[in-house]
Design a protein around this ligand. Structure first.
Ligand code: 5GP
Ligand code: MN
Length: 338
């Protein structure tokens, strides 16, 4: 960070700071926010995390460590805090539309100090301070970097360690994606030496399913998965009625798409979920094929080369048809190999 000394001096006396993750925050987005909030609170800053929308229930434990408000439920309270904030911190996203329903202008960045930490492709936001690296396995890794840059390693306590570990664990697919470099393992080793119980965090995140969620997984695998071997593709569809049947809650489909990639020969996976206003899509790939490009070009989305998301307005069947016809346009050798 070229202007690190300016950031250090800004943080050298108490400030009002708002921290914002992307909408429907995952463990990396919310974990990064809570980890950073706990760090900054120890420096006497007044910190509020404003999540654009609700977060999944399996992340509830994190929110015991810091103040979290949800913009689309507590709009006035959140907006009042944002208006008074002297610094806006944006974590785990780099595009303005990723904080819907917060209007990006409502952050009033030109009038404030701002800081962005992110590892997504296609940064389209300018801030006073930034630590943006697409090589980072998780934004949590960048929060850890920041703590070191600010000479605050001694303030990394157990709550921070748990939240940052949760971010790195989930964004690396439990340390199995190619993004899992030696640096991630070194950071985790440091956190464990500080007293982190990694198995506890693993259970909090992965062994916290409702019965409905697990049955939805079984149903999706047996009834809603389509495999197209010639296209090296597997996809899932979940219609409104399916969601209702399994009392679908935010986060219930998290991870489901990855099962597609576990089939031999499959290098592209997708899940299409029919929400009231739009179809939300998650894409995954292994190898060279960039689902971020596909999501950006055709589904008003983006993300990483091997994990991206987007939306379709027209309906479930149309979205699936478009996806399959696009894949048919690619040559087999463009689809990537294991
Ligand atoms: P997921 O499929 O787990 O929701 O998201 C996969 C990755 O793509 C995450 O890093 C997420 O932040 C990103 N992503 C998901 N949806 C969108 C979107 O609509 N736009 C952009 N730019 N990124 C997205
Ligand atoms: Mn992330």
């Amino acid at each position: 960070m070229h202007n690190l000394s300016e950031l250090k001096s800004f943080l050298s006396n108490p400030k009002k700071i708002v921290i914002i993750p992307h909408l429907k925050p995952d463990a990396d987005a919310l974990g990064s926010c809570v980890g950073l909030a706990v760090l900054l609170t120890q420096l006497q800053h007044e910190v509020l995390i404003v999540s654009p929308t609700d977060y999944p229930e399996f992340l509830d434990w994190m929110t015991a460590y810091a103040s979290v408000a949800v913009y689309d439920k507590q709009t006035t309270y959140c907006q009042e805090f944002i208006d008074k904030a002297e610094m806006v911190v944006l974590l785990d996203f780099s595009e303005e539309n990723r904080i819907k329903p917060i209007p990006f202008e409502a952050l009033d960045l030109p009038q404030k100090k701002s800081l962005l930490l992110d590892h997504h492709l296609g940064k389209a936001i300018n801030t006073t301070f930034e630590h943006w690296s697409v090589k980072a396995a998780a934004t949590a890794e960048l929060v850890y970097d920041l703590a070191l840059m600010l000479d605050l390693k001694h303030l990394i306590n157990l709550p921070i360690a748990e939240c940052l570990y949760a971010g790195m664990m989930t964004d690396t697919g439990s340390f199995k994606h190619p993004s899992t470099n030696s640096k991630v393992h070194r950071i985790v080793a440091e956190l464990i030496e500080m007293g982190l119980e990694s198995a506890k965090v693993h259970r909090l995140i992965y062994d916290n399913n409702s019965e409905d969620r697990l049955r939805l997984l079984g149903f999706a695998l047996s009834e809603r998965m389509v495999v197209l071997p010639a296209l090296q593709t597997a996809y899932f569809t979940l219609a409104r009625a399916d969601l209702k049947r399994f009392k679908f809650k935010n986060g219930d489909s998290e991870g489901l798409v990855n099962y597609g990639l576990s089939i031999k020969g499959i290098t592209i996976a997708a899940i299409f979920i029919e929400h009231p206003e739009e179809v939300r899509i998650s894409f995954r790939s292994v190898g060279a094929f960039s689902v971020a490009d596909l999501a950006k070009k055709h589904f008003n989305g983006g993300g990483h080369k091997n994990a991206a998301g987007g939306v379709a307005q027209k309906g479930l069947d149309d979205a699936v048809q478009l996806f399959v016809s696009l894949l048919n346009e690619y040559q087999t050798d463009e689809l990537g190999h294991r």
